[in-house]
Design a protein around this ligand. Structure first.
Ligand code: SF4
Ligand code: SF4
Length: 256
């Protein structure tokens, strides 16, 4: 249990617009890149393996920024699908399985204008800094399979060819940390440990949208032994969840 339940704290609701303006200012300072669109669909290209394999961790304020975009741009069905993906990821217990916002058919990021710091700097992070992060990720996921954790993609560069400096990355990150504090999140909770505010999108989606009793129910499903039982339990859960939102479908009238 976290010391401060930032998922339902009033200060966050009151201050979120100001926080979003500050996040937007950081995003505007991060250079635009080129390379992805040219390589994703090209024969023998990258196929967007970064988003297919990786699962960015984001600050709570960054998650709220993305969530606001989702609520504005996604249909109700699409939002329910986002929640279902978060549930399935939790039940599977597999953290390295690609980003929940990557559309495998179009090979596009569905939250591109609201993507986080980590994605904006991916491909243009200075080598030394990326190596440090890679080492930390490998330590965090010692059971990752071969190829699941890879080096930075070498196909991306800034639009104007300028190399990103470590100092500017650090400055932008510090601003985001300050936004997190501005929302009232205690400094000791701004980390990726239990109860921390630096998590995957999957975690944030569940914690923001599901009351405690539902999280406990999901935990019970997660502990079920076999995949078939889990699948049945998730299907039943999602059926009930959809019915709560859309209402129960009309029963066919019986002929007399
Ligand atoms: S970062 Fe690299 S792997 Fe990812 S979409 Fe861009 S070019 Fe492809
Ligand atoms: S948020 Fe978008 S860019 Fe970032 S990993 Fe997910 S799909 Fe890729």
């Amino acid at each position: 249990m976290s010391d401060f339940d930032f998922y339902s704290h009033d200060r966050i609701k009151e201050n979120s617009e100001q926080a979003f303006r500050r996040i937007r200012r950081v995003h505007n300072k991060i250079p635009d890149t080129r390379g992805c669109m040219e390589n994703i669909n090209k024969e023998g290209g990258c196929g967007a393996w970064c988003c297919l394999l990786q699962n960015p961790q984001v600050l709570y304020s960054e998650f709220l920024y993305t969530w606001k975009y989702i609520v504005k741009e996604f249909s109700v069905d699409e939002i329910i699908n986002v929640i279902e993906r978060a549930i399935r990821n939790y039940i599977a217990g597999d953290v390295i399985k690609g980003c929940m916002f990557f559309n495998k058919e179009s090979r596009m990021c569905t939250v591109h204008p609201a993507r986080p710091y980590a994605c904006r700097y991916y491909g243009i992070t200075p080598k030394g800094e990326f190596e440090k992060r890679l080492a930390a990720t490998k330590k965090q996921f010692p059971d990752a399979e071969e190829g699941e954790i890879r080096d930075q993609c070498g196909l991306v560069s800034t639009l104007n060819g300028r190399k990103v400096r470590q100092k500017e990355m650090d400055k932008n990150w510090t601003t985001l940390i300050n936004v997190e504090k501005f929302l009232g999140i205690p400094e000791k909770q701004i980390n990726d440990g239990p109860g921390g505010s630096y998590r995957t999108y999957h975690d944030h989606v569940l914690l923001k949208n599901m009351p405690n009793e539902v999280l406990i129910e999901l935990q019970t499903i997660r502990l079920l032994k076999n995949e078939e039982e889990k699948e049945k339990a998730v299907e039943a859960f999602m059926k009930e969840f959809r019915e709560r939102i859309y209402g129960k479908p009309n029963k066919e009238s019986k002929s007399t």
